[in-house]
Design a protein around this ligand. Structure first.
Ligand SMILES: *Cc1c(COP(=O)(O)O)cnc(C)c1O
Length: 362
């Protein structure tokens, strides 16, 4: 039996009729560009006043930074251990990412290390709700207030996660979502969105994604082309109706993994007051390569998220960071393994994975 890391085919089989009808509706209306009805649905789901659909999560980050006026000479603090797109959003806006190490328990940006990274050039903090677990937003927002910094949340892995009962994407000045197919809420192609309560910012981001224009052929500044396709919005509106049930199933899988594995490896910790949505289930072992080979030999997919911490990845070598400054993220990068995680895993799949991990994990 093969266990997939994500299984978009199995998911499609459970929603085929709804998805096919929604896509047919777009084909019939020929409304191929823009997804205003998904934007309204998603804003309501998150509890944000505005949602602007864009072409990808990376664009959501880049256009948020630009919309907030960040650019050359500005520094934005973010996590050392995240997908490169978080840092790319900062760089593509012309600003400079400043990396901060993570907490060894949660693997989330360590708020206790943020203030030491602040300089007179710091303008913003971009926390990442990594693996589906909300970052520690109370101290992060407190530091931001104290130092007059903007906060741009990277919610690409955490659709529907909550911190003290409140959904991620409602804390910062802007919140960036990815709907890459493999994300918890995934389109059938690339898509992303920015949620914000700031009407002016929402308008600016929308203009950035539409060639600097709010009125046809009047271009107030140089923007780009980054809008959410109609077909993607239609698919996402269907999937949004299922998201909470899928998150619940992910939590069941995670709970069973933890129960079955906590005595043989380091299982992930969820901090108090957080609803984790388990985009990824990441364990730590001393014999990572051996474990991955054993999983692969048994037809169980696995991955590493992420194999190299961003401060020491070639794309950011010019910033001159060294591994000693990021002991947690850099040591963790050699020990982490992500196990299959999606809502269509069966109980048998989960038991199989646990059994195979138990055979070799140390
Ligand atoms: C996926 C992801 C992004 C980028 O999203 P794309 O839609 O692929 O551009 C940004 N940040 C994080 C943490 C991600 O996981």
């Amino acid at each position: 039996m093969k266990v997939n890391f994500v299984d978009l085919k199995a998911q499609y089989d459970t929603i085929r009729d709804e998805v096919d009808t929604a896509i047919q509706g777009v084909l019939d209306s020929c409304a191929f560009i823009n997804s205003r009805s998904f934007e309204a649905n998603f804003a309501a789901y998150i509890g944000a006043a505005h949602c602007v659909g864009v072409g990808s999560g990376t664009d959501a980050l880049t256009l948020s930074m630009k919309g907030l006026g960040l650019g050359p000479g500005d520094e934005v603090i973010t996590a050392a251990n995240t997908f490169i797109a978080t840092a790319e959003g900062i760089s593509l806006a012309g600003a400079t990412p400043v990396f901060v190490d993570c907490d060894p328990e949660t693997y989330l940006i360590d708020p206790g290390k943020i203030e030491a990274a602040i300089t007179e050039k710091t303008r913003a903090i971009a926390p990442v709700h990594l693996y589906g677990q909300p970052a520690d937003m109370d101290p992060i927002m407190e530091i931001a207030r104290k130092h007059d910094l903007l906060v741009i949340e990277d919610c690409a892995q955490a659709h529907g996660a909550t911190y003290k009962g409140r959904k991620v994407g409602t804390f910062g000045h802007a919140a960036c979502f990815s709907f890459y197919p493999g994300k918890n809420l995934g389109a059938y192609g690339d898509a992303g969105a920015v949620c914000t309560n700031d009407e002016e910012l929402a308008g600016k981001i929308r203009m950035y994604g539409d060639h600097g224009s709010a009125v046809k052929y009047r271009h107030d500044f140089v923007g780009t082309n980054s809008r959410m396709d109609g077909i993607q919005g239609a698919v996402l509106s269907v999937k949004l109706r299922h998201l909470d049930a899928w998150s619940k199933r992910r939590n069941e899988v995670a709970a069973r993994y933890t129960e079955g594995l906590q005595d043989v490896c380091v299982t992930p910790r969820t901090a108090v007051d957080r609803y984790h949505v388990w985009h990824l289930y990441v364990i730590q072992v001393g014999n990572r390569d051996e474990l991955m080979k054993h999983l692969t030999d048994n037809d169980i997919a696995c991955g590493i998220h992420y194999p190299v911490a961003l401060p020491v990845t070639p794309a950011y070598a010019h910033l001159g960071y060294t591994a000693e400054h990021f002991p947690v993220a850099c040591a963790g990068a050699d020990r982490i393994v992500s196990l299959p995680m999606h809502a269509d895993l069966t109980d048998e799949d989960v038991e199989l994975v646990i059994g195979v991990v138990r055979e070799v994990a140390k």
